[in-house]
Design a protein around this ligand. Structure first.
Ligand code: PRX
Length: 575
């Protein structure tokens, strides 16, 4: 038995009101996601059920019930309100995967403010452009990350408060800094949750764009409807012990700095009242298998790079652990190669089911469903309620011949669809063509309606499931004292699928030495992030350019991937 039952039947009878009904949406006293993920679960009699099992890098374990979740988010909410925050103000979460990150997420939502989660490994520049774009007024962070905030403080006048959740009193707080220690604060039992409406803004996730400027993807509280139902039907989580089934222990490996970590690492599972685990520790096959064994994880949502790394770690290590609790595996973020699916079926007795979606879509769009025959290497079929197809790259008309490559396209209107790009209406509108939302990926459909991913339709690099804008890296490179010009492309990588590679011409006086390569790499790592750091820098005397002087990035890309670009004279004419 699966939650979805028959895919075909669900297609026939589908309406989003299924989720609304299950969530009691029309009569709910608030549409607030913060309330749905904590208070409502307590009201349903699950106050003492474990919501979060957290393990830190030193092995410390903490457990929190849904009532703890409710109290902690109330307490943070009240604290933020006392700072003078209003609904729709932006609050950035800049923390590792510590419990306060999860509680703050709900706390910010509870006061009607907009939560802006950012990956804590971001460097100064990455942090600054995103805070500036959103005019974020509060950032919640940890001691270990506060120095980055201090470095950008002067150019961040909109930032009013820097909340430090683990202040130890050893060094004096500086300008705009304020300490908040959850464990030392009296829990707030009664809290007036902001009466958000379905269309009130909730989460602002930043994603890399085809310019140097990342885009703020604005979601609303109504996204819950898609996130709840996709969690239930795709991740197949079981919410209670009806029919004698064991309750699930769920692990989403994604960081909430990225959309998977919020849609399916917070909202989806907790709105269902599911126990979830968080491991705040670096990746190693041993760490991960140990974690699954220790907490008897049943449902595991991860990403292809991690799966390929586990494959590389080998079969032998798997046998050292008891992973028999696992019953369902899914993956997202980048192409999941057929070998990985076949391997996981062989080694864990369960295939990883590929799911496809984006920051902008807010929830799973195309997916393999539990119980559906899977075609390894394929992303599966659209979620019920999602009208998805492949359209021609020029006319944007649906392609009727199976096997023909085109652009993935969705009919707008599902609940979790982004409502806009923050202050960037023009780019938002450019995503719609001929009545379709175009995510910017190429794919083909087979004769049974399965989607097969082909590639992105732009220059964005997807490294280890994270999107990196080559333009953002190029403009950062220009600030390195050694760099005259650069072109950034992807290059193939066995584990990460693709990694960042930079072609660089040096300023006079600098030599193409390994030392300079390392210095430039580190410069980018600190300024942007470890993900954006080029894994290789190739020093060249000149970069190939069009007649009008534009760098022919496509040519360099083709070389890296061993593709034949054919006659380059047309490229030379490109504007
Ligand atoms: O190119 C597609 C790729 O990741 C992009 C979305 O990235 P992001 O907004 O960061 O969200 C990632 C997590 C939802 C897509 O446009 N992508 C995502 N899932 C898949 C994928 N590529 C191939 N197969 C997938 N299953």
């Amino acid at each position: 038995m699966t939650n979805i039952g028959s895919y075909e039947e669900r297609l026939k009878n589908f309406s989003w009101s299924i989720a609304e009904k299950e969530l009691g949406y029309s009569d709910a006293k608030t549409k607030n996601i913060g309330w749905y993920c904590s208070d409502r679960i307590c009201d349903m009699g699950k106050a003492e059920k474990t919501a979060l099992i957290w393990e830190g890098h030193d092995g410390t374990e903490k457990r929190y019930s849904f009532n703890d979740l409710r109290l902690a988010s109330n307490t943070i909410g009240k604290f933020l309100k006392n700072l003078g925050l209003k609904n729709e103000d932006r609050v950035c979460l800049f923390m590792d995967k510590i419990p306060e990150l999860y509680f703050s997420f709900l706390g910010v939502l509870k006061i009607g403010a907009i939560v802006q989660p950012l990956f804590s490994a971001f460097g100064d520049e990455s942090l600054h452009v995103r805070l500036e774009n959103a005019e974020t007024s509060v950032i919640i962070t940890q001691r270990k990350h506060v120095s980055k905030v201090r470095r950008i403080l002067e150019k961040s006048p909109y930032l009013k408060h820097i909340v430090i959740v683990d202040y130890d009193g050893k060094h004096p707080l500086r300008e705009r800094e304020i300490a908040f220690n959850l464990e030392e604060t009296v829990p707030v039992e009664e809290f007036e949750i902001f009466p958000t409406k379905a269309e009130s803004p909730s989460v602002l996730h930043y994603t890399s764009g085809t310019t140097g400027q990342p885009k703020g993807v604005k979601h609303v509280h109504y996204s819950l409807i898609s996130q709840y139902l996709t969690t239930k039907w795709v991740l197949d989580l079981i919410e209670d012990s009806l029919l004698g089934q064991e309750e699930d222990i769920y692990w989403c490996t994604a960081d909430p700095g990225w959309v998977t970590g919020t849609s399916y690492g917070i909202i989806g599972p907790w709105s269902m009242g599911i126990t979830q685990c968080v491991l705040d520790k670096g990746f190693s096959a041993e760490n991960w298998y140990q974690f699954i064994e220790k907490y008897n994880i049943t449902v595991w949502y991860s990403a292809p790079t991690a799966i390929r790394s586990l494959m590389k770690a080998g079969d032998e290590i798997v046998r050292k652990f008891n992973l028999s609790s696992l019953r369902h595996l899914a993956s997202v973020g980048e192409p999941l190669n057929a070998e990985a699916v076949i391997w996981s079926e062989k080694i864990y007795g369960l295939p990883f089911l590929d799911t496809y979606w984006q920051t902008e879509t807010g929830s799973i769009m195309i997916t393999n469903f539990p119980g559906m025959p899977i075609r390894p290497g394929s992303m599966g079929k659209p979620f019920p309620g999602i009208v998805g197809t492949v359209v021609d790259t020029k006319t944007y008309e649906p392609i009727t011949t199976p096997g023909t490559i085109g652009l993935i396209a969705f009919k707008p209107g599902w609940p979790a669809m982004m409502r806009s790009y923050w202050n960037n209406e023009e780019t938002y509108q450019s995503k719609f063509k001929n009545g379709w939302y175009i995510p910017g990926d190429r794919a083909r459909l087979d004769d049974e309606g399965y989607f097969w991913f082909v590639g992105r339709d732009d220059d964005i690099i997807n490294t280890a499931g994270h999107l990196v804008s080559p333009f953002e890296v190029e403009s950062a490179l220009l600030e390195a004292e050694q760099v005259a010009e650069s072109a950034v492309v992807s290059k193939p990588d066995e584990i990460n699928m693709e990694v960042v590679k930079a072609f660089v011409t040096l300023k006079p006086g600098f030599e193409p030495t390994p030392d300079n390569e390392l210095t430039i790499m580190n410069f980018i790592r600190k300024k942007l992030s470890p993900l954006a750091m080029p894994q290789e820098i190739e020093f060249v005397k000149t970069l190939p350019k069009t007649r009008s002087g534009k760098i022919m990035r496509r040519l360099l890309h083709a070389r890296e991937w061993g593709e034949d670009i054919g006659d380059t004279s047309t490229l030379e004419d490109e504007e």
